[in-house]
Design a protein around this ligand. Structure first.
Ligand code: HEC
Ligand code: HEC
Length: 349
């Protein structure tokens, strides 16, 4: 009996001793940690929680295209589907050997309006139905969707306009209206068109651009920007960036900000606005290089009838702001913007 009690007391004493030793070791470790790493780091380490290491990613509220499985199974649906095909495989129908009519240079609308005009910041068509007809300073007129579509046929596809009453034009317009059907009239959804890059303080440099082009683009678009044809079918595996088969000097991409904005969120192939592969600076320099290479011309003497409305990066004079074509092509653009602000303030006085 007595023995048993003694034994229990002994076990307790041992337990207490072990506990005390562990506390002491813990205390010494804590002191050592603080003296070696400093109290801030130790506290930071202690307050770190697993949740704070992987914060939930905010879902960006960019436009999402309607699902193609929701295209109606009627006559209008047929038109929409045909329109989508024309955007994705323009060359097959309307290229130099097109089976409908040969009115364009062999590129597809989709080469620049990615994923049939549905990719966020991939030059998508989300704002077409909601914002056209609208006044455009380039033509100085109110433009219908048809007029805007033909602008790209005549410039980006260096071709001829598609008649407004052709089944092809009707199909393209039907497709764009269907894509934008959930966008309220007058609104431009987030993710429409192209990203806008910050302006550089220096001119965009074709020499730097050439080096970057050789490193990042040449594998697909070729040393001479000539691209690679699909074998056996129409259209390009990798479309051309300059030369006779590329967009002409009247095209949107011929403006440095459009080209740089396009590649920033989309090139090299696989890049997205969430995962770009170029810095803004790199995008500007590459744009300068590609757009300094030869390409088809276009008479654009009737563009921008009000010259004060020319975009800062429109590379053809005359201008109302006193800067030359060189600076309007390559920048720096900030001094032009400043000068224009001063001039418009003077006009208002
Ligand atoms: C070489 C590139 C390129 C090709 C090919 C191209 N486009 Fe475009 N398109 C552009 C650029 C650049 C813009 C202007 C984007 C901006 O300023 O934000 C544009 C704008 C448009 C717009 C106006 C979009 C809006 O929201 O205002 C429409 C419509 C359009 N294109 C239709 C077409 C069609 C149809 C085709 C094929 C026949 C085509 N594009 C082929 C580059 C191209
Ligand atoms: C892995 C191949 C690949 C690489 C690398 C690549 N591209 Fe592209 N690029 C493409 C393809 C494919 C398209 C057409 C996309 C489509 O039709 O869906 C395209 C389209 C384009 C277009 C619009 C169509 C045209 O021909 O004008 C431009 C501009 C462009 N790329 C520029 C660049 C630049 C600049 C780089 C380097 C920073 C680059 N690309 C790197 C494959 C590539």
């Amino acid at each position: 009996m007595d023995r048993q009690l003694n034994h229990k007391l002994f076990i307790r004493a041992v337990n207490l001793f072990v506990l005390l030793v562990m506390l002491l070791v813990g205390f010494i470790c804590a002191i050592m940690g603080i003296t070696v790493y400093g109290p801030e780091r130790v506290m930071a380490r202690l307050s770190e929680r697993p949740e704070t290491q992987t914060p939930p990613q905010p879902v960006p509220d960019v436009w999402v295209a309607p699902d193609t499985s929701a295209i109606p199974n009627d006559e209008e649906g047929e038109r929409i589907r045909y329109g989508r095909k024309l955007i994705a495989n323009t060359a097959e129908y309307l290229g130099p050997e097109g089976k409908v009519m040969p009115i364009s240079n062999g590129m597809n609308c989709q080469n620049c309006h990615l994923e049939a005009g549905t990719k966020p910041y991939g030059n998508n068509y989300s704002a077409v139905a909601s914002t056209y007809p609208k006044f455009r300073a380039r033509s100085g007129t109110i433009e219908s969707i048809e007029k805007r579509v033909n602008d790209c046929f005549e410039r980006s596809l260096n071709g001829k306009p598609l008649p407004d009453d052709s089944p092809e034009m009707k199909a393209i317009v039907a497709y764009m209206k269907w894509l934008g059907k959930d966008v309220p009239k007058g609104e431009t959804p987030k993710g429409a068109g192209l990203v806008e890059l910050t302006y550089l303080d220096v001119p965009a440099d074709p020499v730097k651009g050439k080096m970057l082009y050789e490193e990042k683009c040449i594998v697909c678009h070729g040393r001479n920007g000539e691209g690679v044809k699909h074998t056996g079918t129409t259209g390009w595996l990798y479309p051309p960036l300059w030369g006779e088969q590329s967009y002409n000097t009247g095209a949107g991409l011929y403006r440095l900000s459009r080209f740089a904005g396009y590649i920033k969120a989309n090139m090299p192939l696989g890049a997205t606005y969430l995962e770009p592969q170029l810095t803004d600076e790199e995008a500007w320099h590459i744009a300068a290089y590609v757009n300094s290479m030869p390409r088809p011309g276009k008479d654009i003497s009737k563009d921008w009838p009000d010259i004060t409305q020319k975009p800062v990066d429109h590379p053809f004079g005359p201008y109302a702001d006193g800067f030359d074509e060189q600076q309007h092509k390559y920048g720096p653009f900030k001094p032009i913007i400043e000068q224009r602000k001063k001039l418009s303030a003077l006009v208002k006085k």
